[in-house]
Design a protein around this ligand. Structure first.
Ligand code: C6P
Length: 412
């Protein structure tokens, strides 16, 4: 098991106080906190070898290029990819998905084709497909969910078929916490001749990941949710698919030669990386991978199952609370979205903040799912490696207090 007491020491921000209370950070699904090693990697780059990559032949440029490219190897190992040419740096998950929608989508999706999604997709894995579908006269098809927010596999078997061109699905919901059986769905999709894109924004930071075991064709994720800095994300794709795709953006670094009228494009992965990249943050993302690898992703997962199980029980015993998603901690990630009858989630978020507890409140960029749940929004607590059951107790106590303070003004 991981030792939270030791881990907490590595995160300077966790010493912070908010309004006289020690910070309890439970908004990890939005973005995680950063360990000292990641913060130091950024300043070390700027203090010692700040230079552009792939361009200069001076020492610092060579050092920066080596450090920047070395991270690609770490990422490939972390997600079980065979080849670093399949690892494309992007700004975040959203950009990675847009890259596929623009480049692969506009080349491969034809009128009458179907794009299959789940009803719990984040807007980042919905809006790009809406745009593509409108442009290509394709149709969006949604799988069904069971009452406790799991994918209804019967609907996967019946809705994925010969017209399906793409199945784009989250591996873990940022609202329901649901862990999706990606492999099973990918097998159904491949049998129908479709391509599978996995939104790993919530799963890669929290679960051991193997693109081979997942059986997907594309995987998108962001480093800022897994101890890394903001502004770095990854698109992994199968080499043969990426090779056949046109570049997404054009300009410097993505070319092999340019004449006045025409250009040749660079090979993978640089074909998809136009312009000066986010060098410092990519290098610091490597430090984030080192940190997580040292802990072991199996241990990260175990810790989160324990804390989620505890939180489901503790919060579940509160008066008038509704918790969304699977009841079993093994079937979900460390994300708990909830409502307390009669209290607005934003009011809850505010009152918890006054006690130093950071949660998220709102629609979590999943407005269609909110509509299905028949709510405007929810409160959401989400956990990571530095959270403890003692913090869950503080959350539960603050929610009880909030119910007392706000409850008497609320219309029940
Ligand atoms: N969800 C949340 O609070 P970006 O912003 O590109 O790094 O990640 C987008 C994204 C895509 N898919 C899923 C499943 C996500 O959870 C997110 C980000 C954050 O839930 C911010 S809205």
């Amino acid at each position: 098991m991981i030792d939270t007491k030791e881990i907490i020491k590595d995160f300077p921000i966790l010493d912070r106080e908010i309004g006289g209370h020690k910070l309890v950070y439970l908004d990890n699904a939005a973005t995680s906190q950063k360990p000292r090693a990641v913060i130091d990697a950024i300043s070390h780059y700027y203090e010692h070898y700040n230079a552009n990559v792939h361009r200069g032949i001076h020492t610092m440029s060579e050092e920066a290029t080596a450090a920047y490219e070395e991270v690609r190897e770490k990422i490939a190992a972390f997600i079980g990819a065979d080849n670093t040419c399949e690892i494309i740096y992007t700004r975040n998950t959203t950009e990675a998905i847009n890259l596929v929608a623009y480049s692969w989508g506009r080349q491969n999706v034809l009128p009458g084709d179907e794009i299959v999604l789940t009803p719990m997709e984040h807007h980042s894995n919905l809006v790009p497909w809406q745009q593509l579908a409108a442009e290509r006269e394709a149709k969006l098809v949604f799988l069904e969910l069971t009452e406790d927010g799991q994918v209804n596999m019967e609907s996967a078997r019946s809705l994925i078929g010969p017209k399906t061109r793409l199945v784009a699905l989250t591996a873990m919901s940022n609202v329901l916490g649901t862990i999706v059986p990606v492999r099973e769905i990918a097998d159904i999709a491949h049998a129908a001749g479709a391509v599978v894109l996995v939104d790993g924004a919530q799963s890669v930071p929290h679960l051991p990941t193997s693109v081979k075991e997942m059986g997907c064709d594309f995987l998108a994720f962001s480093f800022h949710k897994m101890l890394g800095p903001t502004g770095t994300g990854i698109l992994w794709g199968k080499k043969e698919l990426l090779e056949a795709m046109p570049p997404f953006m054009f300009g410097g670094d993505m070319i092999s030669s340019v004449a006045r009228e025409k250009s040749r494009f660079n090979e993978l992965p640089w074909k998809f990386e136009a312009g000066t990249p986010n060098i410092a943050d990519v290098i610091a993302s490597g430090a984030a991978i080192d940190y997580l690898s040292k802990l072991g992703m199996e241990n990260v997962r175990r810790h989160e199952v324990e804390i989620t199980r505890y939180a489901l029980e503790k919060l579940g015993s509160l008066k008038d609370i509704v918790i969304y998603g699977p009841k079993d901690a093994e079937k979900r990630g460390g994300v708990i979205a909830f409502n307390i009858d009669g209290l607005h989630p934003h009011d809850l978020g505010q009152i918890l903040s006054d006690s130093g507890i950071a949660i998220r409140a709102g629609h979590h960029c999943c407005q269609p799912l909110m509509k299905d749940l028949k709510v405007m929004g929810t409160a959401r607590a989400s956990f990571y490696i530095y959270n403890t059951t003692a913090e869950v107790d503080l959350l539960a106590a603050a929610l009880e207090e909030a119910d007392k303070v706000l409850g008497h003004v609320a219309v029940r």
